[in-house]
Design a protein around this ligand. Sequence first.
Ligand code: TRP
Length: 332
Amino acid sequence: MEEKKIMLSGIQPSGDLHLGNYLGAIKNWADRAQEFDCYYFMADLHTITVRQNPADLRRRSMQQLAAYIACGLDPEKNTLFLQSMVPQHAQLSWVLSCYTQFGELSRMTQFKDKSAKHKDNINAGLFTYPVLMAADILLYQPHYVPVGADQKQHVELTRDIAQRFNSIYGDVFRVPEPYIPKAGARIYGLTTPGDKMSKSIPEGCVFLMDDPAVIARKFKRAVTDSDRENCVRYDPENKPGVANLMNIYASVTGKTFEEIEKEFEGQGYGVFKPAVGEAVIETLRPIREETDRLIKDKAYLESVYKEGAARASYIASKTLRKVYKKVGFVQI
Ligand code: TRP
């Protein structure tokens, strides 16, 4: 039998999961387990590059694990784990940091953005964050790394680091490919259709755990367009708000843009917006209910993360052992 290809990705539990995370990432991860050997983790080590409230971080990490499962990631078929429970991430990160140049890290756009935003806390972790991400990835020898377009630069750096290391020591790491979702999977804020949906603008962000009434209200207030055409037509250039809503509606119903235009022909945004809201509410309802149920089942979640950490650590330790040997550390 041919070995399955390996896929890996992570999301930082720095905010509650939202519709952008679900439609842009997690939903697409869920049906890959047939074809790929999949690793999905909560990137909790990454979150502390920005100050976190410890109790919130713990709660969100567990909630994110519960939500992964509720979104269809079966822990029997996927390796689900918390990054901080697998010590090899931090260990490999140190080694790789010695094979990454200051200049390379200085050029990372996310570093430039985040250090501009948090001027009072430009810590070394913020700077070396892409090295930790490279370690996250390379430990598992994945073929593909599904990430949003904003993380592509980090995956490219990961490839450079892997190639550099391999050119010195032989084939230690598989050089992974980024796996960027199609444009359709990118979800923008409901009130800011120029920017991706983000927890930092909560009124335009639909959280997976939002109440139906809250979701309905957010969609009613969604920005459409300013041309007063009041017509549901897919035109992302001139009507980005409407295009975003159509995209969301298409993602949750499986309908094409043409079908959507037909469905709302002759009806304005006053009908369209609540209809999108309703479709999203129905999509998220079972996810929210299942997440809620799982969060209460502490023993089950504990068994999932223990098992996940054990599996992840087993694979990660094989790569780390090879790396330690190659660079010249004495083996036990
Ligand atoms: N940096 C990613 C983000 O902020 C999260 C992440 C950390 C990640 N490690 C990763 C994604 C490894 C993919 C693979 O979105």
